[in-house]
Design a protein. Sequence first.
Length: 173
Amino acid sequence: AMGETDRAVKATDAYATASSQPHQAWLAAGDALSLAGDYNRAITYYDKVLTDSRKPRNKDYERRFTARARESIEAIQLFELLDVTKVKDGVYKASATGYEAAIDVEAIVKVGRIIGVRVVRHREKQYYSALRDVPEQILAKQSVRDIDGTSGATITARAIVNATARALKKGQQ
């Protein structure tokens, strides 16, 4: 968000090269590239999480990291297809993997406009501002593209975006 995406990606590459646990770095690089609109490169980094033979430090981290990578790839693919003006009126719900657990989101569409987005269930323990700020950005932009993460709450913000994209897909005609 500060115009330093290439430097951020280089830093994550350096960390991933030196680490036996590169998955979190690759997720961060994917998130930075997605935020910068470089979706093809973002998918490349998310895919590394899914295909690397090294395992995260425990099964819980492995489950979370792979779920986040899959959901982020899915959301990017939905960005390309999603046209809010073609979403039927209704209330749509979906979830995505947050930092602590799934984050459930509800999106309300009326006459081709998103009129509400709210987090209806979560177990996040901090960064509550993302739970408010990200839905507000989605409403203001009428899109799930180019949504800035809340500082320090990247995982929570991505989960809200990913869940909202999934929810809106359910109503697309």
